[in-house]
Design a protein around this ligand. Structure first.
Ligand SMILES: *[C@@H]1O[C@H](CO)[C@@H](O)[C@H](O)[C@H]1NC(C)=O
Length: 305
């Protein structure tokens, strides 16, 4: 229903897209979930029942709290809703605990946090030039962007089957980006502070906190869905070289490494290499985004004087 209210301004198709995918997420509630389900249950239990000083030391479960503080606080807040569903999931000793109420709470927490994602997509759509409207709905850039983001298959699988909270984090990032392109509200509100500088710092802070909660190796793939469209070639030679390098890296990790003597001594090496390689790419992408935001004029302003 929240999605419905938010969508009122854009037209009915947006609400239909948002509600449709929400219903699909509800259908996925009873499907398979990974160990991440137990990981998040344990983190709810840790943050709920222990003082902050213990959060990063508690090791009853093998799934210790190894995410940054922003995410720990997020679990802490969730746990205060979880207690109304099933108190037992908040016991640190209840390893592998599951009940239908626990399952419902965990699944609905992901679906509910996606409200931020839906709102962020809605705000991103506002930044797109609405004048270039095709005859068909499927020709509208806003519609295409909404479908690509809201019905993103990767997010559906990773969050609503596998079980994680990427939609919420991704929404935070999209909202930050959307705000970069719609500065007028802030200009009005924060005139004495140099509106643009203020807004940019604020948004960069949000982006940094997002990156802080970023778990490199499994989420690198989600970055590929960031809608960055430009008339220039998409990648320069260095970036192309980097992306092509992923191929040999995977070959080494999957097919060469298992036959070397290092397999026994350094079993973590393939994962380490992949993580570091992706981390370099992601850091570079963010750095480039920062530079483009700070140097290039915002698209919204230059398009029409
Ligand atoms: C919890 O489940 C995991 C696998 O899902 C298993 O390895 C572990 O032994 C279980 N722990 C307990 C205490 O049942």
């Amino acid at each position: 229903m929240a999605a419905f209210t938010i969508a009122a301004g854009t037209g009915n198709w947006f609400s239909a897209l948002a509600l449709g995918v929400t219903l699909l997420k509800c259908l996925l509630i009873p499907t398979y979930h990974s160990t991440d389900f137990e990981v998040h249950r344990n983190w709810l239990a840790i943050t709920h029942s222990l003082p902050i000083s213990q959060w990063y030391y508690e090791a009853t479960s093998e799934w210790t709290l190894d995410y940054p503080p922003f995410f720990a606080w997020f679990e802490y807040i969730l746990s205060h809703v979880a207690k109304y569903f099933d108190q037992e999931m908040l016991n640190v000793r209840n390893l592998n605990y599951s009940s239908s109420r626990t399952l419902l709470f965990q699944r609905f927490s992901v679906i509910f946090m996606d409200v931020l994602f839906v709102y962020a997509v809605h705000e991103c759509c506002k930044c797109i030039d609405g004048k270039k409207v095709g005859k068909e709905l499927t020709e509208k850039p806003k519609f295409i962007l909404s479908v690509l983001l809201l019905w993103n298959f990767g997010l559906l699988i990773v969050d609503h089957i596998h079980f994680q909270y990427n939609g919420f984090l991704f929404g935070l990032m999209l909202l930050s980006i959307a705000r970069l392109f719609q500065p007028s509200i802030f200009c009005l509100w924060f005139k004495p502070q140099g509106p643009r500088g203020f807004l940019r710092c604020l948004t960069l802070c949000a982006l940094s906190s997002f990156m802080f909660g970023w778990h490199v190796h499994e989420k690198a793939i989600l970055l590929a869905i960031l809608p960055m469209r430009k008339e220039k070639p998409l990648f320069n030679w260095m970036e192309t070289f980097y992306l092509l390098g992923l191929g040999p890296l995977e070959v080494c990790c999957e097919f060469v490494f298992p036959f070397t003597s290092w397999k026994v001594k350094y079993p973590f090496l393939p994962l380490l290499l992949t993580s570091v390689y992706c981390a370099v790419g992601i850091t570079y992408a963010w750095f480039k985004l920062y530079v483009s935001v700070l140097i290039d004029p915002p698209v919204g302003k230059t398009k029409k004087q």
